[in-house]
Design a protein around this ligand. Structure first.
Ligand SMILES: Nc1nc2c(ncn2[C@@H]2O[C@H](COP(=O)(O)OP(=O)(O)OP(=O)(O)O)[C@@H](O)[C@H]2O)c(=O)[nH]1
Ligand SMILES: [Mg+2]
Ligand SMILES: [Zn+2]
Ligand SMILES: [Zn+2]
Length: 355
């Protein structure tokens, strides 16, 4: 598969940085050395001007950022935004989910970083967790780099194009405290996302704390937690107050290891083995969703549920644990991730990429 050339058949591309949809025929390669421009349909990688040979770069006409050269090959774009309060487990979840995806699904789907920024972040975070076995530092405030990943579907080979189907996965994970104020960048990421991953630390829900015999010191109500986030997302989507949010929302309980004992023998306490084969088990996903809903109701978190219902049209519950156990003073130990792929499998199935 050549580096350049128009695969995918789409007439437009989506800039992963500013989310602008740009017509392919309006894109130009520019020589980094002499500035000569070339149409985006050329099949060469270096400047043809006499004695130049400079590298060609493709820039987004809107935000001027350099676009990954793979951008033409995407059959589909999947964009999601991770939101959640400070310290709720966002960065750990993303790191472990991507690493598990890479390790467990590589026979069917190959996941690769699209640029060095993305690969540097992941290499560093994986080193912390899997090699040094220590906790990740909090995400710095104002951190606004999207992670750009591509998924090559090894099961779908197009003989005519001599290419596998490739999907782009665009993840935006900011710092929790940044969700208190809206910037133009965050607005673009939220507005451009197809799915929202709303991560919730179950210990931020008063009724859960009560179940675990933990004091409820200065905890906001569950309703405030949901309303605050919904209000923020509405700003991102440009929706007026009170309007329900239509984009599908995965409500993901993190640190599930902390509440596993409260779930008895429910299905959620079992690992989802089908995910490791790249399969989506609708019956399992439905069971998890209803188990969590009825558990929340049974412990008295009805307000959390009704606040979600009032603010969002489509929600789906998940329970994950990035570590599989609580960290100790000496670190995170050997990770035993639990159901971290479930939300992504749901997205891939929703996009009809897997069955
Ligand atoms: N018990 C348990 N604790 C976890 C797990 N995942 C994360 N944590 C803890 O939760 C804390 C926050 O994790 P992060 O992933 O940094 O949270 P974040 O949402 O990215 O935080 P900010 O970037 O500061 O908003 C860390 O101290 C972790 O030790 C888990 O699976 N189980
Ligand atoms: Mg973080
Ligand atoms: Zn040149
Ligand atoms: Zn752009």
């Amino acid at each position: 598969m050549g580096l350049f050339g128009n695969f995918g058949g789409n007439k437009t591309i989506t800039c992963p940085y500013c989310m602008d949809v740009v017509r392919k025929d309006s894109l130009r390669y520019t020589c980094k050395k002499c500035g000569t421009e070339y149409p985006s349909s050329i099949k060469v990688q270096s400047c043809k001007t006499k004695n130049c040979g400079g590298l060609l770069e493709l820039k987004c006409p809107t935000c001027e950022k350099e676009l990954p050269s793979m951008i033409f090959q995407f059959a589909q774009y999947i964009k999601f935004c991770i939101v959640g309060q400070t310290n709720c487990g966002k960065t750990n979840y993303i790191t472990v989910m991507l690493e598990e995806f890479k390790q467990k699904l590589n026979k069917k789907m190959l996941i690769q970083p699209m640029n060095t920024e993305t690969s540097d972040i992941q290499i560093e975070n994986v080193d912390y967790l899997y090699n040094q076995k220590i906790e990740l530092p909090p995400t710095p405030s104002g951190y606004l780099k999207p992670q750009l990943w591509q998924i090559t579907d090894r099961t779908r080979y197009n003989k005519v194009k001599e290419a596998y189907k490739v999907y782009s996965l665009n993840i935006f994970d900011g710092a929790g405290e940044d969700y208190l104020h809206m910037t133009d960048d965050i607005r673009r990421y939220i507005n451009g996302a197809d799915y929202i991953f709303f991560l919730v630390d179950p210990l931020n829900l008063p009724a859960v704390r009560k179940q675990l015999g933990k004091s409820g010191a200065n905890q906001n109500s569950s309703e405030e937690l949901v309303n605050g986030m919904a209000q923020y997302l509405r700003m991102g989507f440009g929706l007026s107050a009170g309007k329900r949010i239509g984009k599908p929302v995965a409500v993901i309980f993190t640190k599930f290891d902390m509440i596993m004992e409260l779930m008895g023998s429910a299905q959620i306490t079992q690992e989802n083995e089908a995910a490791f084969n790249g399969d989506y088990m609708r019956s399992d996903a439905d069971a998890i969703d209803s188990e969590i809903r009825s558990w929340l109701e049974s412990i008295g978190e009805r307000y959390f549920l009704s606040a979600l219902e009032t603010n969002f049209k489509k929600t789906r519950f998940f329970g994950v644990s990035s570590y599989g156990h609580a960290p100790t003073a000496s670190g995170v130990g050997t990770l035993m991730p639990h159901r971290v792929l479930d939300p992504v499998m749901w997205v891939l199935a929703d996009k009809k990429i897997i069955k």
